[in-house]
Design a protein around this ligand. Structure first.
Ligand code: PLP
Ligand code: COI
Length: 346
């Protein structure tokens, strides 16, 4: 343990003001393994390193894997805090069931996350300069040739200091509605954080970026008219003071930031509806924003769909977006009372 304390005291050579959402290798990672049909037993911490894995591993061949995304932040009271981590643990359990993997017990998941943060404390940015992004991964690591659950599973947790997900931070982003690509279809895996959900979005996102947009807004695959979500964040719009967000249909990821924003906004007197959000309704709204662990609350300045482009709030951050951003981040960093009991000290 003494080695860990020394590491925790030395600050890495990082320009905390220039952090982006990119990978920086840190000191330590957590690894646990479990054979199919067995119970998980707690894993252990080790120095960050490459994995040794069979070329026939289920995850490499058939994408049997899921991930989570969480943040540890320095708080106003000097502690390092997580945000509602038990929800990530539970969502990972739902995903594991959908993908035929043994769910990691909630306590073990939370212990793994806390240990990994504690042993990488020196990588947690100063308050307000970013966060330590936490990436739990669960995958079929055993060899398998038939399309079936792998014989062995690996659960690991690594971390990386990060800055804003969208370049420009709080500056409103420009998004494009895709008429060509869908993220998820009914009955598929859109409602869980399957690793396989993300690769198909890379080229659409790259194409949008080439034309000056930060991300894609996906429409539902069945009717092709209701907004689902934004790349890796949930969508909200505000019209005449009423907040709408796409209802969870199984094809949308049940975001933890999404449910927190719904609760927070309702507690502040807003009417919040989880409903079908037609793209035309959103284009006609007063404000739009997207939310997620990485995205936090990101203001949307412009949406393009077909030959129509709309700008919201003259390209400025809308007042409801700003209020919810301020209030959520204040709670997450314990700059405001944690009235919902959402933060957990590491
Ligand atoms: N939607 C997708 C597809 C995501 O990958 C994420 C990120 O985790 C979200 C929404 C937001 O979820 P959360 O707020 O739990 O991070
Ligand atoms: C998160 O917000 O944690 C995400 O999962 C986004 C990630 C895909 C970059």
């Amino acid at each position: 343990m003494s080695g860990v304390v020394i590491l925790a005291e030395a600050r890495p050579e990082i320009d905390w003001d220039s952090l982006t959402f990119s990978f920086t290798q840190t000191d330590r990672m957590y690894v646990a393994k479990c054979d199919i049909g067995e119970e998980w037993s707690p894993g252990s911490m080790r120095d960050f390193d490459d994995l040794r894995i069979s070329p026939a591993a289920g995850v490499i061949n058939y994408g049997q894997g899921l991930f989570e995304g969480m943040k540890a932040q320095r708080a106003a009271d000097g502690s390092v805090v997580l945000f509602r981590p038990e929800h990530n643990a539970r969502r990972a359990q739902q995903g594991a069931k959908r993908l035929g993997m043994p769910p990691v017990p909630e306590e073990m998941f939370l212990d793994a996350v806390k240990q990994t943060v504690r042993e990488n404390l020196r990588w947690v940015p100063p308050m307000g300069k970013g966060a330590l992004y936490i990436r739990p991964l669960l995958m079929g690591s055993g060899p398998i040739l038939g399309v079936a659950p792998a014989p062995e599973y690996t659960f690991l947790v690594f971390v990386s200091p990060v800055g804003p997900y969208f370049k420009g931070g709080i500056t409103p982003t420009s998004l494009r509605v895709s008429d060509e690509f869908h993220r998820a279809a009914p009955g598929g895996s859109g409602g869980v954080k399957a690793i396989g959900n993300y690769a198909p979005g890379m080229i659409p996102s790259k194409m949008a970026k080439k034309e000056g947009y930060s991300e894609i807004i996906y429409l539902d695959a069945a009717n092709h008219k209701y907004i689902e979500e934004v790349g890796a964040a949930n969508f909200f719009c505000v019209k005449e003071g009423r907040i709408s967000t796409p209802e969870l249909t199984g094809t949308i990821l049940p975001g933890i930031t999404r449910s927190s924003i719904i609760e927070l906004a309702r507690s502040r007197g807003y009417e919040v509806k989880e409903e079908k959000v037609e793209v035309g309704y959103a284009m006609d709204a007063d404000e739009c924003f997207c939310v997620g662990t990485a995205a936090v609350v990101s203001s949307i300045g412009k949406i393009q769909h077909g030959d129509k482009v709309v700008e919201y709030c003259g390209g400025e951050v809308g007042s409801v977006t700003m209020q919810l951003y301020e209030e959520l981040t204040a709670i997450q960093q314990r700059r405001a009372p944690d009235e919902f009991g959402w933060t957990v000290s590491v």
